[in-house]
Design a protein around this ligand. Sequence first.
Ligand SMILES: Nc1ncnc2c1ncn2[C@@H]1O[C@H](COP(=O)(O)OP(=O)(O)OP(=O)(O)O)[C@@H](O)[C@H]1O
Length: 332
Amino acid sequence: MTETPDLAELERRAAREQRPVYGADAHIVCDNLVRIYKTDGIEVVALQGLDLLVGAGEMVAIVGASGSGKSTLLNILSGLDVPTAGVARVAGADLLTMKSRQRLQFRRERVGFVWQQTSRNLLPYLSAEQNVELPMRFGGRSRRARAARAAELLDMLGVGDCARRRPGELSGGQQQRIAIAVAVACEPQVVLADEPTGELDTATAAEVFDALRRVNAELGTTTVVVTHDAQVSEQVDRTVGIRDGRTSSEIRRRDDTDGTRVSEEYAVLDRAGRVQLPRDFTEALDMRDRVRLELENDHVGVWPDRRREPGRRRGPEPGSGPGEAEGEDGDG
Ligand SMILES: Nc1ncnc2c1ncn2[C@@H]1O[C@H](COP(=O)(O)OP(=O)(O)OP(=O)(O)O)[C@@H](O)[C@H]1O
């Protein structure tokens, strides 16, 4: 007969099983993040249990179809919007429980933003250097220190020669590089950019993205960039895909020992064990409603449900060795 464990035994077991807190080391933590908009009695679930971890100093691109929830996510991370449920922590600040004063302080000190519309980033009646100096006025720096930092940042971003010009006298790309200088003027720990290259041609977009990468590398700011631009997102080591308000896939890139760029696609596995297969994978194998799974030594095989409709495309037979895992076309 098995003995019922007493309270002390249960506590010992709980202590043994205690796992580290999700995202304990991460600089940005979204855990089961939910945002529901309610307008005229209609509910739109913009984020439905999104998980995301970004390490300190990391640069991540967020991609996804229109309406997938990218801007909603960025608005929450920037403290502009409050999530309906879940956990959102940025640079140690809890974005769900924060009071309005703390929120203001968070927005002034810990995060910098770059928006798509240049008019949202810069004041049109101030010169480039005055725009960069403006946020530093709240930080109590001397006038000389503000001017020195503005000059240093504009030089670093390749727009030192534009210091005296107003936004209307500058190209879109120059304006966005100045916007990046404004975003990092108060030495925030995190930079958030929502389609910063959306209004620019390809060559100028690459220059602006390069400026963001320079800031990330030289100042060490954790950087999250929402972008539609695949060419732009390829320049970062990690691209996170959002689908229907959830993180669905990740592409990680690294330089191999021989210098070639290697890129690998991952699916996000959440703590409930859910994996969202990429749409092109499910469509390629006509996977719908239900898939068959098999646990192997070092991977899990996923097959379309053959019994669903006899005669349709089939996946590979179980046990046909490594390579049978998700995404392999089983028609061979
Ligand atoms: N203020 C709002 N009120 C109601 N619904 C909203 C609001 N903002 C966004 N939504 C809805 O939430 C969903 C996610 O929108 P969001 O703007 O985050 O998507 P997105 O991925 O940034 O899209 P895009 O690439 O077109 O900017 C959409 O269905 C959108 O219509």
